[in-house]
Design a binder for this molecule. Structure first.
Ligand SMILES: CC(=O)N[C@H]1[C@@H](OP(=O)(O)OP(=O)(O)OC[C@H]2O[C@@H](n3ccc(=O)[nH]c3=O)[C@H](O)[C@@H]2O)O[C@H](CO)[C@@H](O)[C@@H]1O
Length: 530
């Protein structure tokens, strides 16, 4: 443990001696805890960090708007616009890579979920589905299923390792939750949790904020802290050891996330990309999603908090938004690219300034809960490595199939537990109907499939399909065609077996679903086939 004298000297030379102001008042136990915390601080870099934060907060953020231009349309692959043959080819390529255990997924789960207002990691949130499943469980089951689909197609026994980046706030509860839930049936050795760094919050005049008399106000260093965390925790070495060449990086809160999406992976691999981003068409100008575009000719994301409202409202000749490529925080990276980033570019990542209300102790030792912003948190963004890519590609997907994030508490009109739940149930209702099934309520009223996900919508059918039964709508026709099901109904593995038995089919009969295929083709939608 660092000695007190050494810390005192270090803090003084960083211009932060006040950090130890209340030391004499601390108990032995508090002193030990504080020393441990201070030992994690990068004292060398502390002065620079504090000065940079104060300077960045004082100067207006660089305005990129006049240097922005939309992506050239022909550089974008699209579920809606690309031809079905290409879509199918990409999906097959992705499944092949998965079957050879060359694909991993990496979850960014170090955030604090402040907007949602929960004290525990967002992935543990239960949005109120009939099954009561949490976001983590849904994601785990999708990993399980995609492995099974790739294995059944290629006769392999593959693994999609799940890397989970946590922070000081989320590591312990996430570990405990996974353990208590028996790792949702996945091999614990294939779930690799690691921690990102924390950095101090700073006042407008560049002083580290004390959250308590023996506690610094620390915050995770943004989801772009990933690249330092990969180094700190030797994650790339682990990937190499396992033979993982491609990584699907995603954020925790999108209930529709396609884990290790074979079509996206296959698209990026086929294009020889080292880096890729999935986008959806923006729904409305002020939607809080970053915009994938070019800035001074280089592809990158301009975050929603850093773009002018008038720029988001610009429209093209066909009345479409000029900046319509909404970032859904689903990224593709090759391991080689990540290696390059960690070795050459990590230090060049932009710092973004977030001005926040940070609770603190004042110089008299009183605990204060500020009513207006008083602190600066510096953050790096995961997508800020895009400009270092040699071959960056973009893949546009269908919003109602792939994007419904959980950001806000219930009561909000958008991105709430209700909208997340409704969009998943609406998707499952569409899948059931496409497979030839009919869903009705207890009064025999038939549900019609809907793409709508707003919180005000009437409640969708309480019909939920376990990801262990279907990853993305495949394999349902032989269960549901010609059936009328009364909701609430959870189509889990047990019910799937019963439905199959009632048809007199054998359990292992996994034919292609001709009807589903035809529907997908007609719509230009993706399909997954064992
Ligand atoms: C910087 C970034 O990616 N912004 C994207 C993010 O915005 P948004 O502002 O919604 O980003 P969040 O704060 O939800 O963070 C995104 C993800 O990063 C994780 N996280 C965050 C901070 C941190 O220090 N460590 C960490 O791991 C969170 O747990 C979450 O899984 O998602 C939107 C889509 O939903 C995109 O349109 C935004 O462009």
């Amino acid at each position: 443990m660092a000695s007190l004298e050494r810390l005192q000297r270090g803090l003084e030379s960083a211009g932060q001696p006040h950090v130890l102001q209340f030391w004499p008042e601390l108990s032995e136990e508090q002193r030990d805890a504080f020393l441990q915390e201070l030992a994690q601080l990068d004292l060398q870099g502390l002065r620079e960090h504090c000065e940079a934060a104060a300077k960045a907060a004082a100067s207006p953020p660089a305005c990129l708007d006049q240097h922005m231009e939309p992506l050239p349309p022909d550089s974008i692959g699209s579920v809606r616009k690309s031809d079905t043959k290409s879509l199918s080819r990409w999906e097959q390529e992705g499944l092949l890579q998965i079957s050879e255990s060359r694909v991993g997924v990496l979850l960014l789960a170090g955030g604090q979920g402040t907007r949602l207002g929960v004290q525990y990691p967002k992935g543990m949130y239960n949005v109120g589905l009939p099954s009561g499943k949490t976001l983590y469980q849904i994601q785990a089951e999708r990993i399980h299923k995609i492995q099974e689909i790739a294995d059944s197609k290629h006769g392999s026994k593959c693994t999609v390792p799940w890397y989970i980046m946590t922070s000081e706030f989320t590591l312990a509860p996430t570990e405990k939750f996974f353990e208590e839930n028996n790792y949702f049936g996945l091999q614990p050795s294939n779930i690799i949790m690691f921690e990102q760094r924390m950095i101090p919050a700073v006042t407008f005049d560049g002083k580290v904020i004390l959250q308590g008399k023996g506690k610094i106000a620390m915050a995770p260093d943004g989801n772009g802290g990933l690249y330092q965390a990969l180094v700190d925790n030797e994650v790339l070495q682990d990937m190499k050891k396992r033979g993982v060449e491609y990584l699907h990086v995603y954020c925790v809160d999108n209930i529709l996330v396609k884990m290790a999406d074979p079509m996206f992976i296959g698209f990026c691999v086929s294009k020889g990309a080292d880096c890729g981003a999935k986008v959806v068409e923006k729904a409305y100008p002020a939607e809080p999603v970053g915009v994938v575009c070019r800035v001074r000719g280089v592809s990158q994301v301009v975050e929603y908090s850093e773009i002018k409202p008038e720029t988001t409202e610009l429209r093209g000749p066909g009345d479409e938004f000029v900046y319509s490529a909404g970032n859904i925080c689903n990224h593709f990276f090759t391991r080689t690219f990540l290696q390059d980033v960690t070795e050459k570019f990590k230090g060049q990542l932009k710092q973004h300034v977030a001005i926040k209300k940070v609770p603190f102790v004042d110089t008299c030792g009183n605990q204060v809960k500020p009513t207006k912003p008083n602190g600066i948190k510096m953050e790096k963004f995961v997508f800020d490595v895009f400009p270092f890519s040699r071959n960056f590609v973009v893949f546009e997907v269908v919003r109602e199939d792939e994007f419904s994030p959980l950001k806000n508490a219930d009561g909000a009109a958008k991105d709430s537990p209700t909208t997340a739940r409704n969009s998943l149930l609406a998707q499952h209702c569409r899948w059931a109907t496409s497979a030839g099934g009919t869903l009705q309520d207890e009064h025999d009223n038939t549900f019609l499939p809907s793409a709508s996900i707003s919180a005000e919508d009437s409640t969708p059918a309480q019909f939920e399909i376990s990801p262990l039964v279907s990853y993305f709508g495949e394999g349902l026709e032989h269960l549901l065609k010609g059936k009328t099901l009364t909701t609430p109904f959870i189509l889990d593995e047990k019910r799937a077996k019963e439905l199959q038995a009632s048809r007199g089919q054998k359990q292992e009969d996994v034919e292609l679903d001709a009807h589903y295929l035809a529907v997908c083709r007609a719509k230009g939608h993706p399909s997954i086939h064992p």
